[in-house]
Design a protein around this ligand. Structure first.
Ligand code: HEC
Length: 168
């Protein structure tokens, strides 16, 4: 097959895949992102890089509150919650309940999150069912990070950094 032909085919396949995403799902994802921006982004940043994660981890390990953040970043929250609730329905139920009635006893974050940031406020109490549902589904689908992978990679980065002390 010549290159042009295979490229055209590739584009056609991509187009089929993206138009296969049901309109309703796309609307929910957009709504979820809007809800995140309006209600959650004040505390939860959208995505932490591995460096951000390492900086926060080093602060916590030395007993200090991580600087510049007020809550765990959303890609970490999504990965962490999926570790305990891998199934979408259970994940969504957990998130909707947690944001409405948060408590350390039902939370699945690392203990340091509650120590340094405190338990999150019951922000969901002022939100509609639909908005809670949308933001929970957005949190599930928007990220593909896997907790054990992230943790492994942050520890590797930590070891590299320790081997080169002049790094920031
Ligand atoms: C005022 C700051 C603040 C806002 C606003 C906020 N959160 Fe949080 N959130 C936190 C903090 C701090 C934690 C870590 C402690 C905890 O889990 O309660 C957290 C933890 C979480 C967790 C992990 C729960 C667990 O297992 O411990 C989820 C899920 C979450 N937030 C979702 C949301 C969503 C969705 C929104 C927006 C609708 C939101 N948060 C808005 C501060 C906030």
């Amino acid at each position: 097959m010549n290159i042009l032909k295979s490229l055209t085919l590739g584009v056609a396949v991509l187009a089929t895949v993206s138009s296969a995403v049901p309109e309703a799902d796309r609307e929910i994802m957009e709504r979820g992102y809007r809800v995140y921006k309006e209600n959650c982004s004040l505390c939860h940043m959208e995505r932490a890089t591995l460096w951000d994660f390492l900086k926060a981890r080093l602060s916590v390990l030395s007993g200090k509150r991580p600087e510049n953040i007020d809550a765990p970043p959303m890609n970490l929250v999504s990965a962490r919650v999926k570790e305990f609730y891998p199934n979408e329905i259970e994940f969504v139920e957990f998130v909707k309940d947690y944001i409405t009635n948060p408590s350390k006893s039902k939370g699945v974050c690392k203990p340091a999150a509650y120590t340094f940031f405190g338990t999150m406020p019951p922000i969901g109490q002022g939100m509609s069912e639909e908005d809670k549902d949308a933001v929970a589904r957005w949190l599930y689908h928007n990220y593909s990070d896997v907790w054990s992978e992230l943790f492994k990679r942050v520890k590797e980065l930590q070891r590299k950094r320790e081997a080169i002390p002049e790094l920031p």
